[in-house]
Design a protein around this ligand. Structure first.
Ligand code: ZN
Length: 399
């Protein structure tokens, strides 16, 4: 995997096709960026965006802002593989992006070339959004899963993300970004921008592109780019996503990731027949892992199984989560609007961290009565453990 002979097979023709479409005007309001195929074996978003731009070109509705549709990983898409050299949804950490900017482009591997092109399109939008609140930037990143199941949303729990996510009528997974570093939504949301992932269904299932298409139309209305009256099929789109997610809990907090060691990547096997959002009892056998797939992997607690890996590539075996009651969501929105985080650093065992005002260092020996959930409630995410301290950074709510 490390020996990457530079493929000649991803010519610049794909780069020219980076933009699936662009509609409306950036000067007229916010820009909604929709990305498809960030993983090359997930073509549904690209198909859906093609349909939406064709319909926009036919009907020509006046848009209060701009829709920009982008191909994520064109080379991997052309080969129907998740990635060529590196997973393109794990490379967007601050340090990773800075290292890429310093790197000589002639040294880029396949995904670094793709990422450099995306950065050239995204950065001007993010800069404009930071400078001018009327030019807000929002991201809908369209993905799908190898295991199938209902559509769902993955996002950092900010109040502005909740607004778009709840409009999409699909179940929401919170806390996944604490288990996965370097996603595109993490990069995009850093300045307080809206950024959500929609997992539309199974990778090759034709209904996945339908779900993605519905999500794009709903997002255009939820983000204020189109009025509901300008999307004649809006109710049908909402009904489609609602029906696809029926019977699934509304909001789930991801609390466990089964991490596959790189050397065991090809050997990992989920047990057949498991699906995302299944209720799993503690101790149930879920997978085989290890050098000869001899190690049995069981559920660490009773909860909801998420994204079981039924594809050959990737180091995320599966995730498990717990359902969050609507009461706690409302409570946390109230606490954040009251800016409760301003008093939190007065509590014993909690200090403002040298990384800045939005970062806390927590000594778990003193502040043991605080749970991870407590910090989540106030809008913090767990960051890194550093010298026996838990470090939390505040997610960027726009209040
Ligand atoms: Zn994906």
């Amino acid at each position: 995997m490390n020996a990457h002979p530079q493929p000649q097979a991803c010519p610049s023709a794909f780069a020219a096709g980076r933009e699936i479409g662009r509609y409306g005007s950036a000067e007229a309001g916010p820009t909604l960026v929709a990305t498809g195929g960030l993983h090359g074996n997930e073509p549904g978003g690209v198909v859906a965006l093609g349909r939406v731009f064709r319909e926009l070109a036919e009907r020509k509705p006046a848009m209060k802002g701009q829709l920009l549709g982008l191909v994520g990983n064109s080379c991997a898409l052309a080969r129907s593989t998740r990635f060529v050299d590196e997973d393109m949804n794990r490379v967007w950490t601050k340090a990773g992006v800075e290292a890429l900017r310093r790197q000589d482009p002639s040294q880029d591997h396949s995904e670094q070339r793709e990422q450099r092109e995306l950065l050239a399109l995204l950065d001007p939008l993010l800069e404009a959004a930071a400078a001018n609140p009327r030019r807000r930037a929002m991201l809908l990143d369209l993905h799908s899963t190898s295991g199938g199941g209902p559509p769902f949303i993955v996002m950092g729990d900010t109040l502005q993300n909740r607004e778009l996510a709840f409009a999409l009528k699909a179940p929401v997974l919170l806390g996944l970004e604490e288990n996965i570093e370097g996603t595109l939504i993490e990069y995009f949301a850093a300045g307080g921008n809206v950024a959500v992932v929609l997992e539309g269904g199974q990778n090759e299932d034709p209904r996945t592109a339908d779900n993605h298409e519905s999500a794009i139309w709903i997002a255009l209305v939820a983000c204020g780019l189109l009025d509901a009256a300008q999307v004649p099929e809006l109710e049908r789109h909402r009904a489609r996503l609602t029906a696809a997610a029926s019977g699934v809990p509304g909001v789930i907090e991801v609390v466990h990731r089964h991490d596959i060691a790189p050397e065991n990547e090809p050997h990992f096997r989920m047990l057949p027949g498991l699906k995302g959002f299944m209720q799993i009892e503690k101790g149930r056998l879920l997978a085989h892992d290890g050098p000869h797939a001899q190690a049995q992997v069981t559920a660490p607690f009773s909860g909801v199984l998420l994204m079981p890996r039924y594809q050959p590539k990737g180091l995320d075996g599966f995730f498990m989560g717990k359902t969050i009651e609507p009461f706690w969501l409302r409570m946390s929105a109230v606490l954040r609007k009251l800016r409760m985080e301003r008093v939190i650093s007065l509590l014993p065992g909690v200090q403002q961290n040298h990384h800045g005002p939005n970062t806390l260092a927590v000594d778990p020996k003193i502040a043991r009565f605080f749970t991870l959930e407590f910090f989540h409630l106030l809008g913090y995410r767990k960051h890194v453990e550093h010298e026996q301290r838990l470090v939390f950074s505040r997610r960027n709510d726009r209040l």
